[in-house]
Design a protein around this ligand. Structure first.
Ligand SMILES: Cc1cc2nc3c(=O)[nH]c(=O)nc-3n(C[C@H](O)[C@H](O)[C@H](O)COP(=O)(O)OP(=O)(O)OC[C@H]3O[C@@H](n4cnc5c(N)ncnc54)[C@H](O)[C@@H]3O)c2cc1C
Length: 808
């Protein structure tokens, strides 16, 4: 082992598969002065006892891409390192034994075409041919992915390590990081039991101990470890006779996965009751070839299902039972990126499927560290996707739920129960009493729709249109003909002030800065010119601005603001929870506002995209004239203690009007009818302003905003893809996202979002399509739940193409 350096550019803490992949990728991207500290031997956490299975399929398309990258990388690191990693590309089967699951798999299979994954749908006979030990009597079909398989976890970890070492990295084994202390000049003292070194950057890749390594810098990472079992059987005669290996099998309607291990079987179990482990901290002495005592009683139900699916296993001798812990986050995805509030401290932890994800995590993080930003939209695994709500108890509740539901269908309209309600808007009792059905965003309950039948009903999780349909239709009708009332307290709100605020915003935002009392839509760009935000900027005073954005991006936006707005003479404050809000929209919304404000709110007195600061009832209110519904409409903000009273005044003033509570489902339908894009769907760091049609909001002539040079290049280059809206002929299901769009058999684009447009009684989808087809009048096809549906590109929004309603 090399003697410890006194200084390094990066110290990676943890020599599991993730830490070693980060180390390798840093060297690959040109940072050679990098070291890794491992408390014991490499793989001494979860990595050594993993089942070694890998697969590219994931419910988040961007994570799927990174998983596919991980898998492709194995051959490369095997070659580079000379380390055998025991790669077995056996292919993998995801089995469906219910109609609903089959719909789900067929929808996934269609999306794989967009992601560049070549998967196939197989029937029972084809499944049995690949896997003769499976009972397919109740099986409808399976997705087959030829890129799935398994490997030797220790070999893969060492291969990353060797490849990194040969590119200049150093690895210190038996070197436990004990403290991480700021030096006072922007770097860190890494205190280990083998000496201290100074580093510019620290990466927390400490796996089972990532919480503890977070606490060393005062950070509570939302991670919980869970116990997990797999069994290894004696050799099976059926497998001895086979020339090759059977594929990896996920029995999604059971709770098991299985693969061949030599001539026996490895059977893993995701039982319905999760068992969180080491809740008060992972013991430092745990590890290096240590396992937990098995507890087969907990697995009885899952094993019964497994034995029914693979009857031969019930008679097989069990050679070994493994029970090991590994980490989960509240949504099951990793924590990657710069940890908010701690300079040069990076997360690469919470990785639940290390052998499918470590390569992608290493790539994304290293790109971010060396180039200043990740090379694609990795929000789904960004450490900044959580807020203060992701407390210890919340993490345990959600992590356990994720484990238990690991293979269950994730319905697009289902908001899982654990950890709820945690945060509620001040108006929650009123909205509940109005039959509000709630979902959750960033830990806060948000109204989805208001049940029309007078009784508080729950929405049935469904891949097709749900029982919320009639209520949402009525909400859309009212919003287009009367006045809709929606609690928007969950929106993100940031106050930027100070004598240099305008100057700072001119650098931060790519859009024009509004004049006093005015509002503008202001895109925000990364240094490489990709979208970082679709913010609304309101100028309240000459040196005071309110920025509005998607509520779930609060930590993400604040991290960007604190990096790029930190300057003398500028204050930045996240006031999202200090202010609540109610939106009113529809042709009668002006009448409603006039009653509330007892002021002249005519179009001349209170024009589109301006702000009115005037009390409404007892509430000190800031009313902004805009609406994402595309109707005449207003967003009214007030300090949270006044929200209940404000909503009460709104409801009272709405008497005798055609008024109704409206939820976020209707808002989504209304904005689709206007072809308005939203964040994470049409807008994200995967897209540029020109592609997304946001170039009309960019102030190209203003010097020095972040991303300007790239934005100018983007403006001058014809985009390969354009954002369009499609009218879709479908009967009972709408596009949800990433469905392929096909012209005469060729893939020409993919859906970003979809839904039923009640006002025009048609299914709509927004989509990025190849530029050359973006104005075609030809019929295209979009695959929804596995079924091709014809669609055509709309030349203008379905409702009020001229925008006269919202400007009236
Ligand atoms: C039973 C079981 C089966 C599994 N099967 C699969 C599978 O089939 N496929 C799959 O993809 N995943 C599987 N996993 C999950 C997989 O094991 C993990 O996702 C992966 O190992 C996580 O790797 P890591 O590097 O993040 O963490 P770890 O492997 O836990 O590594 C962290 C490392 O950091 C070191 N460390 C911690 N603190 C310090 C410190 N202060 N100083 C120095 N070093 C420190 C530790 O010693 C350890 O070596 C399985 C897990 C279990 C338990």
């Amino acid at each position: 082992m090399p003697a410890m350096k006194s200084h390094a550019r990066v110290v990676v803490v943890g020599g599991g598969v993730v830490g070693c992949s980060v180390l390798y990728h840093l060297t690959k991207m040109g940072w050679k002065d990098v070291v890794l500290c491992e408390r014991k031997e490499l793989t001494a956490g979860s990595s050594w006892h993993a089942a070694g299975g890998f697969h590219a399929l994931n419910s988040d398309p961007n994570i799927s891409r990174l998983q596919a990258y991980t898998i492709k990388l194995y051959r490369e690191i095997e070659k580079l390192s000379g380390q055998n990693i025991g790669l077995h590309f056996t292919g993998g089967l995801n089995i469906a034994a219910t109609r609903e699951r089959w719909d789900f798999l067929r929808a996934d299979w269609a999306r794989h075409r967009v992601l560049g994954l070549s998967t196939e749908l197989l029937g029972p006979a084809q499944i049995r041919k690949l896997c003769p030990i499976i009972d397919t009597s109740d099986v409808i079909g399976a997705i087959y992915d030829p890129m799935e398989g398994h490997l030797d976890p220790s070999g893969a970890t060492h291969a990353f390590a060797k490849a990194a070492r040969s590119a200049g990295a150093e690895i210190y084994r038996h070197t436990r990081v004990i403290e991480i202390l700021p030096t006072g000049h922007g770097s860190w003292h890494i205190v280990t039991d083998a000496g201290t070194l100074e580093a510019e950057h620290v990466v927390n890749a400490a796996g089972l101990w990532a919480r503890e390594v977070g606490q060393m810098v005062g950070v509570q990472l939302p991670i919980v470890a869970m116990e997990h079992h797999y069994l290894l059987t004696e050799d099976l005669p059926e497998l001895q006779q086979l020339p090759g290996e059977i594929p990896l099998v996920l029995d999604l309607d059971g709770e098991i996965y299985l693969r061949q291990e030599r001539k026996g079987i490895l059977l893993g179990v995701y039982e319905k009751e999760a068992t969180p482990w080491a809740l008060n901290g992972t013991p430092w002495e745990y590890g290096e070839n240590e396992l937990l005592p098995p507890s087969l009683d907990r697995l009885t139900d899952a094993l019964d299902k497994g034995f029914r699916r693979f009857p031969t296993l019930s008679a097989a001798g069990i050679r070994r039972v493994v029970n090991g812990p590994f980490t989960f986050t509240p949504d099951g995805n990793p924590l990657v990126g710069p940890v908010p509030g701690v300079r040069n401290y990076w997360a690469a932890c919470g990785v639940m499927a290390g052998f499918a994800q470590a390569g992608g995590v290493g790539l994304a993080l290293s790109h971010w560290m060396t180039q200043g930003e990740p090379d694609s939209d990795i929000y789904a695994m960004d450490v900044a996707r959580f807020g203060a709500h992701a407390s210890r108890n919340y993490t345990i509740a959600k992590g356990s739920e994720f484990y238990a539901r690991r293979f269950q269908i994730a319905y697009p309209n289902e908001f899982w129960r654990a950890g709820r309600p945690a945060k509620t808007p001040a108006t929650y009792p009123t909205l509940k009493a109005a039959n509000g059905v709630f979902g959750v965003s960033f830990g806060t309950e948000v109204p989805l729709y208001f049940a029309t039948d007078g009784e508080l009903s729950e929405e049935t999780p469904s891949l097709r249109r749900s029982n919320a349909f009639a209520s949402v239709a009525e909400e859309c009708r009212v919003a287009r003909n009367g006045v809709g009332i929606l609690d928007i307290s969950s929106f993100g709100k940031y106050l930027i002030g100070g004598p240099r605020a305008e100057q700072a915003l001119e650098r931060l935002l790519a859009g024009r800065i509004p004049g006093l009392g005015k509002i503008r839509l202001t895109p925000m760009l990364s240094h490489s010119g990709r979208l970082m935000g679709d913010l609304t900027t309101m100028r309240l005073e000459s040196d005071r601005f309110l920025l509005g954005g998607s509520g779930y991006l609060q930590t993400w936006h604040m991290r960007w603001f604190s990096h790029h707005l930190a300057a003398e003479g500028v204050t930045v404050k996240n006031v999202s929870e200090e202010y609540g809000g109610v939106a009113i929209f529809g042709p009668q919304s002006r009448e409603l506002l006039a009653r509330l404000s007892q002021a002249n709110v005519s179009n001349e007195a209170f024009p589109f995209l301006t702000v009115l600061q005037r009390d409404l009832g007892f509430a000190p209110a800031l009313t902004a004239r805009l609406s994402v519904t595309g109707e005449l409409g207003y967003e009214i903000y007030t300090p949270t203690p006044y929200m209940h009273a404000l909503l009460g005044s709104v409801i009272q003033a709405a008497e005798e009007l055609d008024a109704r509570h409206v939820g976020f489902y209707a808002l989504n339908a209304l904005r689709l009818e206007k072809s308005f894009g939203i964040w994470s769907r049409e807008f994200s760091p995967d897209y540029t302003p020109r592609m997304a049609g946001l170039d009309r909001f960019i102030a190209y002539d203003r010097p020095n905003f972040i991303g300007r040079e790239a934005a100018i290049r983007d403006r001058e280059t014809a985009p390969k893809r354009r954002l369009v809206t499609l009218a879709v002929s479908s009967t009972d299901a709408d596009a949800a996202g990433y469905e392929p769009i096909v012209l005469r058999g060729d893939l020409v684009g993919f859906v970003t979002s979809g839904g039923y447009a009640h006002s025009v009684r048609t299914s709509l989808a927004m989509a990025y399509v190849n530029a050359e087809v973006s104005d075609t009048e030809q019929e295209l096809s979009v695959t929804i739940l596995g079924e091709p549906c014809s669609c055509r590109i709309l030349t203008e929004p379905s409702i009020d193409a001229s925008g006269s309603r919202m400007k009236s």
